[in-house]
Design a binder for this molecule. Structure first.
Ligand code: URP
Ligand code: ZN
Ligand code: ZN
Length: 452
């Protein structure tokens, strides 16, 4: 049989196996895996790894805050993602107060459709004004938003009674709650104390968002979710204390999962010793923690306690980060990172011995697909979407704004060397990156409806 496209001679790496094979693709899907396959087009992957396309279920593209908007739009952000080997992203819908959840979804989809170069989906946010709209949760689920974002921090935060009601509504449709867990009341008090005492520099940011209180929020969330009888996924875990609470919940058999992000693995609060204005760039929440926390997170990934790695990509320019140097609490929070996730995890996770090649694939694709209801993605098997990456394990790159393609004028990984980088990325059978060059097109990406 002659396939539309064959990836030949590669080392196929899945979440459970590593083997030599060709992959035959017809149309948008994987048609066969075997030896000596031929196609109208053939891509040689000798000496390369062939892995399922990365799935990044936590990104903020053209994310509107009251005074700022994240710097990557749906085109530039998904192009950078594709160049880094990611083929699906999940962003967020935040309905306006007067909007239904479905109208919010339609408005957000109108921003993304026609722009994205890889597939995308959305979490539905349940903020305080959605508590009066919980009867719409079933419609949001039916429209493909199978996961629901809840904040325990920021102006969007839910009080515990609201959290309870939101978790009940999500449970009733078999959805997945995904939660930013921090203790907002304590954060507000500590920020006020710091500012009143003249402690206004960015280095005070981690001190006003203590690890112990991130863990307290995670524990409270786990307890309320357990009482309600729902699973729950904890976003952007930054510290050992949360890892311990998560491990404890998992030991008790509770359906609790968690993610961390490359910046919590690769960076620590030592960055706040850099002079102003550079120190201001590293503000994100939860904050960067200690070297010891980094080690705990790497080990927890190896043990599958922290289950997946997402980027929480939320870039702001240097100028935006530097606008409020007199008050760290007003600096827009978030770091760039959508492009280098796979490579950083390979370089500093697999090569440094924290986990295997197969676990790398699992935490960046296969498990993500399973957790978030992406039924056609995350596997290399006939019938699944041909979302595939040819990854050169020997390719060396020094990360910088010159080598990365994120639409922002700085990177927290400036000067960081990596070994291993994607050369070719396919999304649903279409080559969108070839030999490290973007060859895709805006609007190819499709909204993916998710369900469990
Ligand atoms: O500081 C961060 N993480 N900004 C992005 C929004 C969020 O909390 O995930
Ligand atoms: Zn968050
Ligand atoms: Zn986020």
């Amino acid at each position: 049989m002659n396939f539309d496209l064959v990836i030949k001679n590669g080392t196929v790496v899945t979440a459970v196996a590593t083997y030599q094979a060709d992959i035959g693709i017809n149309g948008e899907q994987i048609a066969a895996i075997g030896q000596g396959l031929h196609g109208r087009r053939e891509l040689d992957a000798a000496d390369k790894l062939v892995i399922p396309g990365g799935i990044d279920p936590h990104v903020h593209l053209q994310y509107q805050l009251p005074n700022f908007r994240s710097a990557d739009d749906f085109f530039s952000g998904t192009r950078a993602a594709a160049l880094g080997g990611t083929t699906t992203v999940i962003d967020f819908v935040e309905p306006q107060a007067a909007q239904t959840m479905l109208d919010g979804l339609a408005a957000r989809n109108a921003e993304a459709a026609g722009q994205t170069v890889i597939d995308y989906s959305f979490h539905m946010t349940i903020g305080p004004h959605e508590i009066e709209k919980l009867d719409q949760v079933a419609a949001a689920y039916a429209a493909g938003c199978a996961s629901f974002k809840l904040y325990m921090a920021y102006g969007m935060r839910l009080t515990d009674d609201q959290l309870l009601r939101a978790l009940q509504a999500i449970r009733d449709v078999n959805g997945l709650p995904v939660v930013h867990a921090e203790n907002w009341d304590v954060i507000c008090a500590l920020v006020a104390q710091n500012l009143a005492a003249g402690r206004t520099e960015p280095g005070w940011h981690p001190h006003s968002r203590p690890s112990l209180l991130e863990a307290e929020a995670a524990s409270r969330l786990i307890d309320i979710a357990t009482y309600v009888g729902t699973r729950v996924h904890i976003f952007h875990i930054s510290c050992a204390e949360v890892v311990e609470r998560l491990a404890d919940a998992q030991r008790r058999g509770l359906p609790v999962t968690g993610e961390t992000c490359p910046h919590y693995l690769l960076l620590n609060c030592g960055v706040f010793e850099r002079p102003l204005p550079q120190a201001a760039r590293y503000i994100c929440s939860p904050p960067l923690r200690s070297h010891d926390d980094q080690l705990h997170l790497w080990r927890a990934l190896g043990q599958d306690v922290v289950n997946i790695v997402t980027t929480d990509h939320c870039p702001f320019t240097q100028a935006e980060k530097e606008q409020n140097l007199h008050d760290y609490s007003q600096i827009p929070g978030g770091l760039p990172g959508i492009e280098a996730r796979l490579s950083l995890l390979y370089s500093y996770g697999v090569r440094d011995g924290y986990f295997s090649l197969n676990r790398w694939v699992e935490m960046s694709s296969t498990r993500v697909a399973q957790l978030f209801g992406l039924r056609q993605k995350g596997h290399i098997a006939p019938g699944y979407d041909a979302d595939l990456v040819i990854f050169d394990p020997q390719k060396r790159i020094v990360l910088s704004t010159e080598t990365l393609h994120e639409q922002v004028d700085w990177t927290p990984y400036e000067g960081v060397p990596v070994t291993g980088w994607p050369t070719t990325t396919l999304c649903r059978g279409q080559v969108v990156v070839e030999d490290g060059k973007f060859v895709g097109e805006a609007g190819y990406g499709r909204f993916i409806s998710r369900s469990f």
